[in-house]
Design a protein around this ligand. Structure first.
Ligand SMILES: Nc1ncnc2c1ncn2[C@@H]1O[C@H](COP(=O)(O)OP(=O)(O)OP(=O)(O)O)[C@@H](O)[C@H]1O
Length: 706
């Protein structure tokens, strides 16, 4: 039964609000799911298609208008391919043949005798072997060229003649693009768009403020300063460029004091900024490049990029990346025509600077490296086997070698004259190297052992000869590198310093010492090596004609790196027959003649400790020891064998060949003493006689020696 309406009770509810009324007709409508981000709407899709079409048209127009460039690139590409082919055809056989020819010529220059004949036949044999190898290599190269040429040309011709027109068009494009690929410019022709860096506080506004504060631009003209491009990262800092108002050259911002003001306005240290006139093509004198680092750019230690380089180097053409600049950029030292003075207080990185040069020249077989180490440490020992001369703490020998090098300068200059070469340059490099017997890098490490007055009887002569070598040598392929930890006028006398046109100043104890290296008044211009932070060894001011005065820090070269590079340099030189003993070295020959001992590859023991050998005293002792009042030639020769392997019998050498060769060396030793001593028939056992020297004659000769 139905309950009467009046009795209907409100249903029990937990909430007091009346529920919202829902429109029954709309209750099925749910909110639309939003479109995923990756999915484009119709409008977007149409826009995208329109952009894609426009971009394609732009790209086609761009490339079509650039097609003349591409054709140029293509031609350059094929030229490069031809050059590559040509280089592969020669490999390094030409250099090897040239070296063999040089050996032959040097052998022929020797005085007649068995030694000359032996050297000549050895050089001839080597030359023949090298020529035969070259011939075989050329044959192999032609075969390879023939096979690949046949496949490529034959295949293309077949496709071209048999295929339809689109095939021909594709082939033509392939030909052009192959050339374009190999001929593309090394650096991108269009500089990549430089993204602004978040950390940058450089910009037009900042530069306006900074240049006005530094007094470079008057305040009323500040708005005429215009930023060029965007601030962008460059090495460990940010680079930017601004055009100064007309009539104000960028060089107005380069004075040291102005730079200090700019650094202060930028709230950084002077070392952290790098300002210069923009020298890129299309720029103007008013464009100032600004680089600001966000830390001390020299606080980092960097490894030499040469340590990752494999194979031979041409340091004349390419120089040596020996250190890095503020922007982390390599500073290339041209080992060409700049004699360098490296100086600074002790333990400030002079040796490291030298090590960076040495790891470069080690790999250049045309460089004859000679080191006179006045410190006598083991620093240069790893290079010894490759060094044409290596001597420790020996002023007398340095005096003799400097004399020999001064004479060598004359010889080189005459040779260049005779053969009509004005100077050594890239075009005549190989021929001139063959003619001269390579370039010389002559290192005098620690001048203070040799040049101050009273250090030895040779100080004056050494200073004078080094000055001459520094002045004249560079043009003749003889480069002097002088190092000292005592940058004082007594060590680097005026002329000696002036003749070194390259100077590297590590941290010094005083501004005066810095000026002694870099030149008078340089501290006043802001180039003060005494201000180089002491905790950054290897950092320096470098002044050369190519670089101007710049700051840098040597790369780090560890003792293990030295050993590794020296071993690689040894192999490179061996292959090119340019190790000590593999080529005729007139300078070492002279040293040997005058002193009786060789210092090639560090002499006996290979550590540069060259003991002075007084031949006549030695011969006198030998004649005394026989008890007969004389000594025979055979006794002399066999005793010499114990002293140096140079006197030992060579492979395949006959008795006669050996006695003739060593006999000649002994005559040279006697001649070098300046005394008169003749071979006589001297009595030996059983009333027999043999060729030799009388004790009395030897004593007389020793006493009469000049
Ligand atoms: N560019 C560099 N980076 C890192 N460390 C360096 C650098 N240059 C030098 N050093 C370190 O500084 C120290 C001294 O260097 P180095 O031996 O070259 O100085 P030096 O001036 O030749 O010393 P000396 O006066 O004894 O001849 C070495 O321990 C070396 O490792």
């Amino acid at each position: 039964m139905a309950t009467p309406l009046s009795d209907e009770r409100t249903p029990l509810a937990l909430v007091t609000d009346t529920p919202e009324k829902v429109d029954p007709a709309a209750s099925w409508v749910v909110e639309k799911r939003p479109r995923p981000a990756w999915m484009m709407s119709g409008i977007q899709l149409r826009q995208w298609a329109m952009y894609a079409k426009d971009n394609t048209v732009d790209a086609v127009v761009f490339h079509a208008t650039h097609s003349p460039y591409y054709l140029g690139w293509s031609l350059r590409g094929y030229r490069r391919l031809c050059l590559r082919w040509w280089e592969a055809r020669h490999d390094d056989y030409r250099q090897q043949i040239a070296t063999a020819k040089l050996m032959l010529r040097q052998a022929k220059e020797q005085p007649r005798g068995a030694a000359r004949a032996a050297d000549e036949s050895k050089a001839r044999a080597l030359l023949e072997v090298r020529r035969a190898e070259f011939k075989a290599h050329k044959k192999r190269h032609w075969i390879r060229t023939g096979i690949s040429g046949l496949i490529i040309v034959g295949g293309s011709m077949a496709a071209f003649t048999q295929g339809s027109w689109w095939m021909q068009v594709l082939l033509a494009l392939a030909v052009i693009f192959t050339g374009v690929y190999f001929g593309r410019p090394d650096a991108p022709t269009v500089a990549p768009i430089q993204a602004p860096t978040r950390t940058s506080h450089l910009g037009e506004e900042t530069m306006r403020r900074v240049l006005v504060e530094a007094g470079v631009v008057p305040e009323k003209r500040a708005t005429e300063i215009r930023g060029v491009g965007l601030p962008h990262t460059d090495g460990p800092g940010i680079a930017y460029a601004v055009d100064l108002p007309s009539g104000i050259p960028a060089s107005a911002a380069l004075g040291k004091e102005t730079q200090k003001k700019i650094a202060s306005a930028l709230a950084v240290h002077l070392d952290w900024i790098d300002l210069d006139v923009d020298r890129s093509p299309g720029s103007s004198e008013s464009r100032l490049t600004v680089w600001v680092s966000n830390g001390d750019p020299f606080a980092v230690v960097r490894r030499s990029p040469l340590l990752d380089h494999k194979g031979q180097l041409n340091t004349f053409r390419d120089g040596i990346p020996a250190s890095f600049g503020k922007r982390g950029n390599p500073i290339i030292l041209r080992i060409r025509d700049t004699s360098i003075l490296v100086a600074g207080a002790t333990r400030r990185g002079k040796g490291m600077f030298l090590a960076n040069i040495l790891i470069g020249v080690m790999k250049d077989p045309w460089v004859n490296v000679r080191i006179f180490d006045g410190k006598g440490t083991a620093e240069h020992n790893p290079y010894a086997p490759t060094l044409a001369t290596f001597v420790k703490r020996n002023p007398e020998r340095l005096a003799i070698i400097t004399r020999a090098i001064v004479a060598e300068l004359d010889r080189r200059s005459d040779l260049l004259d005779e053969h009509g070469y004005e100077k050594i340059d890239d075009d005549n490099y190989d021929e001139v190297m063959e003619l001269l017997g390579g370039r010389e890098v002559f290192i005098c490490d620690e001048l203070a052992t040799y040049t101050p007055k009273g250090t030895s009887p040779y100080d004056e002569e050494i200073t004078e000869n080094l000055s001459q070598i520094a002045a004249v040598g560079a043009a003749l392929g003889v480069l002097l590198i002088s190092v000292t930890q005592v940058p004082e006028v007594s060590v680097i006398r005026g002329r000696l310093r002036q003749n070194h046109i390259g100077r590297a100043a590590m941290n010094t104890e005083s501004g005066t010492a810095s000026n002694t290296i870099l030149g008078d008044g340089m501290t006043g211009q802001g180039y003060d090596a005494s201000k180089i932070p002491i905790d950054q060894p290897g950092r320096f001011w470098l002044a050369t004609p190519e670089t101007g005065v710049i700051e840098g820090r040597s790369y780090l070269v560890t003792p293990d790196d030295k050993k590794r590079v020296a071993a690689e340099g040894y192999e490179i030189r061996k292959a090119a027959s340019r190790l000590p003993g593999q080529w005729r070295d007139p300078i070492e020959e002279h040293l040997q003649q005058v002193t009786g001992v060789s210092s090639a590859a560090g002499g006996e023991g290979g550590k540069g400790r060259i003991v002075h050998f007084d031949f006549l005293t030695w011969l006198e002792d030998l004649a005394l020891s026989t008890g007969r009042g004389n000594v025979t030639n055979l006794e002399v020769f066999t005793s010499l064998v114990d002293m140096s392997p140079e006197y030992a019998r060579r492979d395949g050498e006959t008795d006669e060949g050996w006695t003739a060769r060593v006999g000649k060396l002994v005559r040279d030793l006697i001649a070098a003493t300046g005394a008169e001593l003749r071979v006589k028939r001297v009595p030996v056992d059983d009333g027999k006689r043999s060729q030799g020297y009388l004790l009395d004659d030897v004593t007389k000769a020793r006493k009469s020696r000049k």
